[in-house]
Design a protein around this ligand. Structure first.
Ligand code: ADP
Ligand code: MG
Length: 226
């Protein structure tokens, strides 16, 4: 089952001068696939991921997610769509440092308001446990190590059971042990829950162990190996 299609995506940046950053990029991603996006620095990986995650709407072409064409939706509609369908993990975690882990994870679900606060809290505790953070739930985010904070960010990205989880170098600041932990979490989510994973990475081993590599070079897809 197709979860995401990017159809002929072209994007320009106009400062400091007109520059075609993505050139006719097309590919499809299936439910439960774990895809790595690789390519040299400056090849357009982050730009592509911001389009796919609906955070950037300034492009030519079409993006369809879960059967819904997101291109040309209003900003309000996209904010709601994103919160429900897409979990995003950045290289830097962007947790609220003065809030507890539990509050950080609960926030997107409270915003979505689809479940009761009790249910949201129970699910948040379950996710924190799954990510190896049991016993830390009521600590402030700022009191944790970088690897722990990144795992909280993943729990937060998972709280609304998104169909797609995207990450822009989510293991970029982690040591190899924590990178492996995070990789295994994504692997399990794809295999066991059928969640679709799209991760930009510079880590060759990480990419090689995922299901598929999409390689960008100067804004073009040069290979999309299975
Ligand atoms: P990657 O993530 O692969 O390193 P990016 O998508 O961040 O690449 O950037 C691709 C190219 O677009 C780079 O040349 C970068 O300098 C340029 N770029 C990124 N963001 C902007 C922007 N907001 N305005 C102008 N140029 C940008
Ligand atoms: Mg980047």
């Amino acid at each position: 089952m197709n979860v995401l299609s990017a159809k002929n995506i072209t994007k320009y940046f106009n400062t400091p001068e007109p520059f075609k950053v993505l050139k006719d990029v097309s590919f499809e991603v299936e439910k439960g696939e774990f895809v790595s996006v690789v390519g040299k620095s400056g090849s357009g990986k982050s730009t592509l991921l911001y389009l796919l995650s609906t955070m950037d709407t300034d492009y030519e072409g079409e993006i369809v997610i879960n059967g819904s064409t997101v291109t040309n939706k209003s900003q309000n509609a996209l904010a709601a769509f994103r919160n429900e369908h897409i979990g995003f993990v950045f290289q830097f975690h962007y947790l609220l440092p003065e809030f507890t882990l539990l509050d950080n994870v609960m926030l997107p679900a409270l915003k979505l308001a689809r479940r009761s606060k009790t249910e949201i809290e129970a699910r948040s505790l379950e996710l924190l446990d799954m990510l190896g953070l049991k016993g830390h739930e009521r600590k402030k985010a700022s009191n944790l190590s970088g690897g722990q904070q990144q795992r909280v960010a993943i729990a937060r990205a998972l709280i609304n059971d998104p169909t797609i989880i995207m990450g822009d170098e989510p293991t970029g600041n982690l040591d190899s042990r924590n990178t492996k932990i995070v990789f295994d979490i994504f692997r399990d989510l794809a295999r066991e829950k059928g969640q679709t994973i799209i991760i930009v990475t510079h880590d060759d081993e990480f990419a090689a162990n995922s299901d598929r590599i999409i390689e960008l070079m100067d804004g073009e897809v040069v290979s999309a190996t299975k």
